[in-house]
Design a protein around this ligand. Sequence first.
Ligand SMILES: NC(=O)c1ccc[n+]([C@@H]2O[C@H](COP(=O)([O-])OP(=O)(O)OC[C@H]3O[C@@H](n4cnc5c(N)ncnc54)[C@H](O)[C@@H]3O)[C@@H](O)[C@H]2O)c1
Length: 353
Amino acid sequence: MNLITNNIKMPATFDHPEFHDHEQVLFCSDKKSRLRAIIAVHNTNLGPAIGGCRMWAYDTGDAALTDALRLSRGMTYKNALAGLPHGGGKSVILGDSHTDKTPDLLRAFAHHVKCLAARYITAEDVGITNKDADLMASIAPNVGGTSQSSLGDPSPFTALGVYCGIKSAAQHMYGSDNLAGKYISVKGLGNVGFRLADYLHKDGAKLILSDVYEPNLKRAVEAFGAQSVSPDEAHAVDCDIFAPCALGAGLNSQTIPAIQAAIVAGAANNQLETNQDGVRLMERGILYAPDYVINAGGVIAVAEPLGPNAASNTIARTRAIGNTLSQIFTDAQKSGKPTAVIADRLAEQRFMA
Ligand SMILES: NC(=O)c1ccc[n+]([C@@H]2O[C@H](COP(=O)([O-])OP(=O)(O)OC[C@H]3O[C@@H](n4cnc5c(N)ncnc54)[C@H](O)[C@@H]3O)[C@@H](O)[C@H]2O)c1
């Protein structure tokens, strides 16, 4: 039966602007624990999809779906460029991780994850901790980033990769990767942002910190003796490098004209609101480190099989992010194309081959 000619309306997900041939989108609920979640498997050409779980108080169900679709697609590109034998997927749980997260809710979510054991591996992301991953792993074998199944919390590796990526960007922009005395605005001081700030502080960078969650801001400001700024101004402060480490879509037609930094390089996923924003950054002469390239350290750690060399292999592969970025920066400069376009092409050559 031809659905189109019979004029039967397709479900809204297929028409969603962020739907890009996703292989599978699963809407999960559990009445008792009040679970509402979405698991999106974008592409499994290179192997089972891998990508963390985010818990966030989305304003609408559509905002959650948008996030799941965008993030899962980004994981396909990230995993391909990181050289992993994995496709891309991601999951989101709707709710405030500070007030709505319960063991029952995580268990209910894990039962849904378990049904996708051959196709999707989850781990922690915003709002989900290493401890939460441990709890979910007691139900589903396809949970990584736990203290038992792999190298544990992937955030330290993500932070290391972002640090190496920032140094690579500095080398390209300034001819030196020395960060001493550079003013760096770090927005978002959670699992990754705090550790990144620590690396930068140890290198002698001058930190300008921001976070919407006061305890995280206070902890970082005190630890690094840094100045703070309102999260709404983090992109616009006078600095050399802007490191977005909160949530996505922070680089757009409103924020880009106000950016003072010469480099944008941070951990947040989906930093560009639209593809056009990559062009806007390039036209302003701002060097942008594509998000899914620079923040791949965590997934590299989750994907690494346990063994005596797991940590050293992961650190070596994570440090290599700096080299990948260096190639992307050079190719972008030569071709006059945005760095994000160059990264996408490289990734597509791998997962579409
Ligand atoms: N954890 C990882 O290993 C990993 C890997 C790859 C990418 N990422 C991405 O990096 C980013 C940070 O991840 P994380 O694990 O550190 O999350 P996290 O939840 O530990 O920290 C996020 C921080 O950002 C803050 N924040 C949220 N919205 C903000 C805003 N508008 N302005 C300022 N601060 C804001 C939160 O209060 C929190 O302190 C996310 O985009 C995540 O998807 C994380």
